[in-house]
Design a protein around this ligand. Structure first.
Ligand code: HEM
Length: 149
């Protein structure tokens, strides 16, 4: 079991990165859809189209991609001897992953508000929050690749 997990390590990493890319695509694109949705008149055909696009992105891509990121990430983390748990980068990375997960939760709340026609935030708000996952992603990639501490 231990050996086969270690042999599968590069494959697990490849699957982890594929899932991360799909998750990040959603985390970056959903708030961009909210920017346009917030500017569309409530109850219009345009607003209804955004609602469908948002639901499909959230349910069809983001949720499965987040689950796969976690599943393959946890499998990587539990291969014995592969991560030095004394180092700081892994814990900082996991902290940033937690923030991305919280961000995902907020996006889901705002998506439901749009669907119920209860959105209260202006387009500018979504334009600003759109930058947050970019910052977290830059931090995570530098941490996992450079492992600076
Ligand atoms: C529960 C969530 C996660 C866990 C437990 C996890 C765990 C891991 C582990 C143990 C590795 C191997 C590190 C190494 O061998 O050097 C890894 C690699 C990687 N992770 Fe994650 N990860 C998670 C989420 C994420 C997220 C959200 C991102 C990006 C936004 C990400 C990006 C990467 C990248 C790019 C690599 C490849 C680094 C390399 O070897 O070059 N991970 N992850």
């Amino acid at each position: 079991m231990r050996d086969s997990l270690a042999a599968a390590y590069p494959w697990l990493k490849a699957l982890h990165i594929i899932a991360v890319i799909a998750w990040m695509a959603g985390l970056l694109y959903l708030p961009r859809l909210f920017v346009y949705h917030a500017a569309a008149p409530g109850g219009s055909d345009r607003a209804a189209t955004f609602e469908i696009m948002e639901r499909r992105l959230a349910r069809g891509i983001m949720l499965p991609a987040a689950a796969m990121t976690y599943i393959f990430g946890i499998m990587l983390a539990t291969v014995p001897g592969m991560v030095d748990w004394q180092r700081g980068w892994i814990w900082t990375k996991l902290g940033l992953v937690l923030l991305l997960t919280l961000f995902h939760g907020f996006l889901e709340r705002w998506r439901r508000d749009f669907a119920a026609r209860r959105n209260t935030h202006p387009a500018r708000f979504y334009r600003i929050v759109n930058e947050l996952p970019t910052l977290a992603m830059i931090g995570i990639v530098v941490l996992v690749v450079v492992k600076p501490f």
